[in-house]
Design a protein around this ligand. Structure first.
Ligand SMILES: [Fe+2]
Ligand SMILES: [Fe+2]
Length: 148
């Protein structure tokens, strides 16, 4: 069993996961732009992106981050609620992306639709993660930095 994390460890863990996700999105962007993969390979990579995102969201919702922010800074609870709602929306967008991927016929029309669907998801996810990074800063540095 894992020991409970300190706040510092919690923040570091979320930041690390956000960096990993950003890198993964960058790799997929490159793969789609250059059309480097087979149809089956693309479908597999996007399915694994969907799983990665789902695990990441579940971790944020259950392993401390969201609840801890609300405990530390109750004024941020509306923003945490909004982030939970966004998780549901993003999961639905990533499912649509996976549907497009699995209908793949390798045509150039399909590649374009896939790229457009991926960019839509990627932009929404990066916006969401950015809002979380801001919340981390606000929740955990205001207490320390408010002196002057
Ligand atoms: Fe999130
Ligand atoms: Fe996140």
């Amino acid at each position: 069993m894992n020991q409970p994390q300190t706040k510092h460890e919690l923040v570091e863990e979320i930041r690390r996961e956000h960096d990993e996700l950003r890198e993964l999105l960058g790799n997929i962007h490159h793969m789609l732009a250059k059309r480097l993969e087979t149809v089956a390979g693309v479908s597999e990579k996007l399915a694994s992106l969907g799983e990665h995102v789902e695990t990441h969201f579940a971790g944020e919702e259950t392993a401390g981050f969201f609840d801890d922010v609300v405990d530390c800074a109750p004024r941020l609870s509306d923003r945490i609620d909004a982030l939970r709602t966004e998780h549901q929306q993003l999961l639905s967008v990533v499912r649509q992306l996976n549907d497009v991927a699995s209908e793949g016929d390798g045509s150039s029309d399909w590649w374009q639709r896939l790229e457009a669907a991926f960019h839509d998801f990627s932009n929404k996810l990066m916006h969401h993660e950015g809002a979380e990074n801001e919340i981390l800063l606000e929740a955990y540095t205001d207490d320390i930095g408010a002196a002057d």
